[in-house]
Design a protein around this ligand. Structure first.
Ligand code: ADP
Ligand code: MG
Length: 569
């Protein structure tokens, strides 16, 4: 079949331009991306073999191979994993299927510094294209396990790529980079240096569970003339292949944990927190969880891939295993390695499995207690956590009654008490005035809008603290939770407000007299506002404004009305 030339999609072209004129501060990571893809491909093949999907494939020596040719200035990354069909190459490599890419490009343009750009690129998973940071031409030859014909893809990254079918292709994938001329000022960027390659693999990919072998340069060992090529050369394995989650914490450095996090999360920034958990006994498992330092852009969208990776006895089973954590912890990344599950475990089985539910309960409690500990032990990190994930965590107040107290204990809220420091409910209750019976909150678009709301007047006048809540979920959880330590959560915008002992008492007689005095006015107003309001009544909640609109105690508050309206209901 002839070689055909294709054009990259507009978005892919933009992305490639970014790679070629690299925005990355750290180009070394291209190798991490290629090794990571190779590792994924090996995982997939092993799983297929275990499930008998590709019975005629040799899986006895699955590995990744790095092959440097100084003369030709090439670096090849080879794996004997699952490979790709012709169609897969066009879909996965030739285009950018990911619909988030346009958004990515936009955010990238807005990112001011290189560090911001790095983080973004990681989040959007554009790994393969990073090869163009260091290469002026990339060739990919691949053959899918079980298929006879292979595919060659090649591109200089400048608008077009070529595709052709090839008869002689080993099963798996080889990505060959023709490296750009070495940075003359800076030897650190010479990727034909075996020293450099070793260093990068050790730093970024040590925990990869497949051997990453570096072939000695052709000719080094006098193997010249040997047609068999690679087998005759003694390869050196560069990585230790140790599963980090199975090693004692004291033996693993923070950097190693962070690299694993980056590998599984596609985030290039360090995580905020690393959580390790070992369960022994009848149902044994190890978990290594990470709380990211930034909320991903699509956390609140429907298609968000949640869940942690599931391994069974060191064998990768699936990404995004949703059953291992509740939806409100969907930002947590990590690995769970269970000893006693079947390798054939399916989603359906997982949903029913008692042990999986046990793991979920335990992981949930552990994450919540970790957040609580951050609150007291590392206030700045807690503040970051809360800024990024508070709105998600609060969903749990509605959906997870069992852990409600633990979630509340790890939650904080903006308050009129202090413009900068949020408060816990516990601290709020401790500050409550004598005679104040309820916990008051207000929901709205912004702190500023709420502070200038007439609803706030009486509270300000009496010095009664009010929580200022701005997330859509705030309405819902307050209703669901109802009370905290016997104190009801009350919206300042709902029903009649009685600040009780916290406010000057008016006698009933006084109230009656007032009522008579204003009866005419109130009646007149009720008549004229008939279409818009249910009732006009005298209020003690205002000190300066002449009037304000309130909802019935059991009606939707304005913010919740907005939320439901936004949801089209
Ligand atoms: P990601 O790894 O985040 O999906 P990449 O750009 O790194 O994004 O890779 C795109 C896709 O190309 C992968 O999801 C995978 O399906 C395919 N791919 C890349 N490299 C390989 C490989 N060595 N073997 C098999 N498939 C690969
Ligand atoms: Mg990748």
């Amino acid at each position: 079949m002839p070689t055909e030339t294709f054009e990259f999609q507009v978005e892919a072209r933009q992305l490639l331009q970014l790679m070629i004129h690299s925005v990355y501060s750290n180009k070394d990571v291209f190798l991490r991306e290629l090794v990571s893809n190779a590792s994924d491909a090996l995982d997939k093949l092993r799983l297929a073999a275990l499930r008998d999907d590709t019975p005629d494939v040799d899986v006895s020596d699955l590995h990744i191979e790095l092959d440097v040719d100084k003369e030709a200035r090439t670096l090849a990354v080879r794996d004997n994993g699952i490979g790709m069909s012709y169609e897969e190459v066009t879909h996965l490599i030739g285009t950018i299927a990911n619909s988030g890419t346009a958004k990515f490009l936009q955010e990238l343009r807005e990112a001011k510094d290189a560090a911001g750009a790095d983080g973004l690129i990681g989040q959007f998973g554009v790994g393969f294209y990073s090869a163009f940071m260091v290469a002026d031409e990339v060739t990919l030859v691949t053959r899918r396990a079980g298929e006879t014909q292979g595919t060659r893809w090649t591109s200089r990254g400048e608008g077009t790529y070529t595709l052709e079918r090839v008869d002689e292709a080993p099963q798996g994938t080889t990505v060959t980079l023709h490296l750009k001329p070495a940075d003359s000022e800076n030897q650190l960027h010479d990727y034909t240096s075996t020293w450099k390659i070793k260093e990068i693999v050790k730093r970024y990919s040590d925990f990869i569970t497949w051997p990453i072998r570096l072939l000695p340069e052709a000719g080094d060992d006098g193997a010249e003339g040997d047609e068999g090529g690679t087998d005759a050369r003694e390869a050196e394995t560069l990585n230790s292949m140790k599963a980090l989650w199975a090693r004692p914490r004291t033996e693993v450095s923070d950097d190693e944990y962070h690299e694993l996090y980056k590998h599984i999360s596609h985030d290039w920034r360090d995580p905020l927190e690393t959580i390790r958990l070992q369960a022994e006994g009848t149902f044994e498992y190890q978990a290594l969880l990470f709380v990211p330092s930034h909320a991903p852009h699509d956390l609140f969208t429907q298609g968000y891939q949640r869940g942690v990776q599931l391994y069974v006895k060191r064998v990768f089973i699936m990404d995004d295993c949703e059953e291992l954590l509740p939806p409100y912890l969907r930002f947590v990344k990590g690995v769970v390695d269970a000893q006693d599950l079947s390798l054939n475990v399916s989603r359906e089985i997982l949903q029913q499995d008692r042990h999986i539910r046990m793991i979920q309960r335990r992981l949930t409690k552990k994450v919540l207690s970790t957040v609580k500990d951050l609150m007291s032990g590392a206030p700045e990190r807690y503040a970051t956590f809360w800024r990024e994930f508070g709105a998600v965590l609060k969903e749990g107040l509605v959906t997870d009654a069992e852990n409600r107290d633990a979630i509340l204990a790890a939650s904080s809220f903006a308050t009129t008490h202090d413009a900068d420091e949020p408060t816990t409910l516990k601290d709020y209750v401790e500050r409550m005035k004598d005679g104040q019976e309820h916990i008051y909150f207000m929901t709205g678009e912004s702190r500023q809008a709420m502070e200038s709301s007439p609803h706030m007047e009486a509270f300000r006048a009496k010095g009664v603290e009010v929580l200022l809540l701005t997330d859509a979920v705030d309405e819902v959880w307050a209703d669901a939770v109802g009370e905290y330590e016997g104190k009801q959560l009350r919206s300042v915008a709902k029903g009649e407000i009685d600040l009780g002992g916290a406010q000057d008492e008016k006698s009933d007689a006084e109230k009656d007299a007032q009522g008579e005095e204003y009866a005419g006015l109130l009646g007149w107003m009720t008549e004229h506002l008939d279409e818009d309001v249910k009732e006009v009544r005298l209020s003690s909640r205002l000190t300066v404004s002449p009037a304000c609109v309130v909802s019935d105690a059991n009606e939707l508050t304005p913010a919740l009305e907005n939320m439901y309206r936004a949801m089209g209901q």
